[in-house]
Design a protein around this ligand. Sequence first.
Ligand SMILES: O=C(O)CCC(=O)C(=O)O
Length: 222
Amino acid sequence: MDPHSTGDLFSDEALQQPARREQIGEQSYVLRGYALPWLERVLPELRAVLAQSPFRHMVTPGGFTMSAALSSCGELGWTTTTQGYRYSPLDPERQQPWPGMPPILRELAIDAASAAGFDAFAPDACLINRYVPGARMSLHQDKNERNYNAPVVSVSLGLPAVFLFGGHQRSDKTQKISLFHGDVAVWGGVDRLRYHGVQPIKPGVHPRMGPQRINLTFRTAG
Ligand SMILES: O=C(O)CCC(=O)C(=O)O
């Protein structure tokens, strides 16, 4: 490799700061930059998953088309139709199993969960959300999993987002937390059912990921 190439100088690894753990709830953390050293191995696998099960816009039970486009990998994938929300072993567009969860993605999720105090995380679902500028995720609780013992591990890539982290009632006050490329948010235990969402993504172009934000959320669903 050309040692003078700026590609090398400005790689995610070169820019990496020592990971900082910010507590955002009793059992919730943002691990700043945690995913950066993993990305050389994660991004090609993510691309391969998306080549198999491309992003699509799903419709909520209320009849609204979600602004975030979705895909999944793992044994189960989260889906929404006018009939309701559920986890399915099949990609409904292809009527085929979702792509397997690449080992490097699983490893990153398990490692981040452990860094946030949740050992023995065994994710079986990785939801992949793609936000273009203007796309958002309204406040919701993650309640379609069979039980709530496992945390949610959420990896941010690309454009920054303002993550809304609320309480156990929709009307509770929300914290506004900026999430950047490579940050990992983890919430579980007493915080597992807290409302959360994402404000509309501001226009921009991320040097590595382009004009989009991609979020990976790992859960134990089945
Ligand atoms: O994109 C995010 O940061 C959060 C995604 C989310 O709330 C979800 O998938 O349930």
